[in-house]
Design a binder for this molecule. Structure first.
Ligand SMILES: [Zn+2]
Length: 142
């Protein structure tokens, strides 16, 4: 294991420079983990970001990744996916009720969340719906 400590140099992913750069450790989280680091390039102090990128992504971003296809820019938001999904969805929208029955690609009108597109049938009573701001799991066929 490499020896790290306050005042030592460490490679961190600088959130300002957007680059993996040498940083000076300011504080330590534990004996082997840096906490705050200062970028030697822009001099800003920030949380240490492991450049090997072991951080877990949220499940939402995984869903977006798998829905996005290949070779596109990586900044597509839920709102943009929603806009695309709407253009591909069935033309006439159905009003959402828990007693309704919905299929993949159905355009639904939800009284609270607005328009959404059914992205996935989870099981007989659950569907995953893409709304403008987020994915939500809804009940149906109750
Ligand atoms: Zn920097």
């Amino acid at each position: 294991m490499s020896v790290i400590g306050v005042g030592k140099e460490i490679l961190s992913n600088c959130s300002k420079c957007k680059l993996i750069l040498a940083h000076i450790i300011v504080t330590m989280k534990s004996a082997t983990e840096a906490d705050k680091v200062q970028c030697k390039t822009c001099k800003s102090t920030q949380s240490f970001k492991d450049p090997s990128g072991k951080k877990k992504k949220t499940s939402i971003s995984k869903v977006i990744k798998s829905a996005r296809g290949s070779g596109k820019k990586s900044t597509e938001t839920v709102g943009e996916l929603w806009t695309k999904a709407l253009t591909k969805a069935n033309a006439s929208s159905k009003e959402y009720t828990i007693r309704g029955s919905f299929q993949m690609g159905d355009l639904i009108d939800h009284p609270t969340f607005g328009q959404g597109v059914v992205e996935k049938l989870i099981d007989n009573n659950k569907i995953e719906v893409l709304f403008q701001d987020d994915y939500r799991t809804l009940m149906h066929q109750k």
